[in-house]
Design a binder for this molecule. Structure first.
Ligand code: KG4
Ligand code: ZN
Length: 468
């Protein structure tokens, strides 16, 4: 093994460990380790370098930092300490997420090790203003992005030059928010001369499960969040069939609106919770049978969703209750917990029914694995345990396996973006070596839309007892 400026080193795998770091193995000669350290010092300090599983490739190198186009980015990159003595065996992807109200970043290696992550949530600010105000979100992203990326990289002990690629959410999302992540990333990519991997936020949510569980394609995914409600068949890293979606607002959006209307921010137990979380929390203290909200779209035999009609009905009910209880808008109803329980139950039944139909459709068309059909549920609303229980009833009845990422990976985070970058890197899909003409896309569908075909199949879903 030899190295030096401008040379290519072909094999450094002999010290491989499962951790993602290349460390000397027990029993190896000191000389070998010393040589490797020498290699490291030389390379990491003087050359840009990419370490891969079987190869160590010297990058085009020097000059990467010498002509910064933007002073800030230069200062930023200079602030990193390098870590001689540590050699990364696997490809490393930095993921950056700013599509909505979380500024998040993470470094993940190609085996799925999360080496570092950081997140700044804007939830508290937006709770106070009663919803996300895009210019406010943009400003907060601007204020935090550099620190968050720095924290993720520092936690990972990876220097920017060691990254194999930078993956960033560019669609769909709030235009002003997406713009911050994209322009920061493009500067970074430009300075570091690294490949750029544009990420579809919903695809990233969908594939997160492959980081935590061994899940093969194809599988069915239900994505339920503040901005989305989608049912899709995932056939590959970037191969999705859209079976159904919300025709109006997303369930998280509706829960946020209802929580706001119920003034749950003033509730001592819920003041710092997102709307959906507050509803889930309060629902535990309520009786769902005190209100009878009908699940939407009962006659439409497709896999689409709707929440705004139900939202309207709940709004009217809250107004009526305020009158009955003789309280002003902005005060907390004594029946708030019962309303929360009934709303949560109705949403859960609606989501469960549409998902049940999607499973039956996939089974009818032989689109899922016969022996082990998998339903993955993700997105912020998927952290709701009541909704998960409803979905479990469906998967039990249809002999499917229900899988959900852990709650912190269901909500927006940088790990899912970095992981999607890893998936794309491994599959060789969508890796850009030039970022010319790259734009963010606030609206962007997920995969090929076959929802019409699903509706035409008009599958009748057997009634299930929703005893949750
Ligand atoms: O995926 P996410 O973090 O952001 C996007 O919308 O992309 O989801 C946030 C949404 C919010 O609407 C929030 O109210 C909802 O997820 N949420 C929940 C829960 N935790 C967060 N909804 C129901 N139950 C929860 N426990
Ligand atoms: Zn999301």
């Amino acid at each position: 093994m030899a190295t030096g400026r401008g040379h290519r080193v072909d094999d450094i795998t002999s010290g491989a460990t499962g951790s993602g770091f290349l460390a000397p193995r027990k029993g190896r000669s000191i000389g070998f380790a010393a040589e490797r350290r020498r290699v490291l010092v030389t390379v990491v300090h003087e050359e840009g370098i990419i370490y891969t599983v079987n190869m160590l490739i010297l990058n085009k190198t020097a000059g990467v930092f010498s002509k910064p186009s933007k002073r800030n980015m230069y200062e930023f990159l200079r602030s990193f300490n390098f870590h001689p003595g540590k050699l990364f065996l696997h490809k490393l992807v930095l993921g950056i997420e700013t599509s909505c109200d979380d500024t998040a970043a993470a470094v993940v290696d190609e085996t799925g090790n999360v080496l570092g992550e950081a997140i700044h949530s804007q939830t508290e600010v937006h709770l106070k203003t009663g919803g996300i105000i895009p210019p406010v979100a943009q400003q907060l992203h601007r204020e935090n992005i550099q620190r968050i990326v720095q924290e993720a990289l520092s936690a990972s002990k990876v220097s920017p030059s060691e990254l194999s690629a930078i993956a960033t959410t560019i669609k769909p999302g709030l235009a002003l928010s997406l713009g911050v992540g994209l322009s920061f990333s493009l500067q970074l990519v430009d300075q570091l001369k690294k490949p750029f991997i544009p990420i579809h936020h919903m695809e990233a949510h969908a594939l997160t499960i492959r980081l935590t569980n061994k899940v093969e394609f194809p599988f069915l995914v239900l994505l339920i969040s503040g901005g989305h409600c989608l049912l899709a068949l995932v056939r590959g890293v970037s191969d999705f069939l859209l079976l159904g979606k919300s025709l109006d607002i997303a369930p998280g959006d509706m829960l946020d609106k209802v929580a706001r209307r119920l003034s749950l921010i003033k509730h001592p137990e819920c003041s710092t919770m997102s709307g959906g979380k507050a509803i889930e929390h309060l629902a535990k203290q309520g009786n769902k049978l005190h209100f009878d909200f009908k699940p939407p779209m009962q006659r439409a035999r497709n896999c689409d969703f709707s929440f705004s009609g139900l939202h309207h009905v709940i709004d009217k009910m809250i107004m009526q209750k305020e009158k009955e209880e003789g309280i002003e808008k902005g005060q907390i109803l004594s029946s708030a917990a019962d309303i929360a329980a009934a709303v949560q139950h109705t949403i859960a039944c609606h989501i469960a029914k549409r998902t049940h139909r999607a499973i039956l459709f996939c089974k009818q068309r032989d689109l899922l694995c016969q022996s082990n059909a998998v339903l993955v549920v993700s997105g912020g609303v998927a952290s709701n345990l009541y909704i998960r229980k409803a979905l479990e009833i469906v998967t039990d009845a249809t002999q499917c396996t229900l899988l959900c990422p852990p709650p912190r990976l269901c909500t927006d985070n940088g790990i899912m973006i970095a992981w999607n970058g890893v998936e794309r890197l491994r599959a060789g899909l969508g890796i850009l070596h030039s970022t010319e003409g790259i734009r963010y896309e606030p609206k962007c569908p997920l995969g090929a839309d076959i929802s019409k075909e699903v509706g035409e199949a008009a599958i009748k879903v057997p009634r299930l007892k929703m005893k949750i």
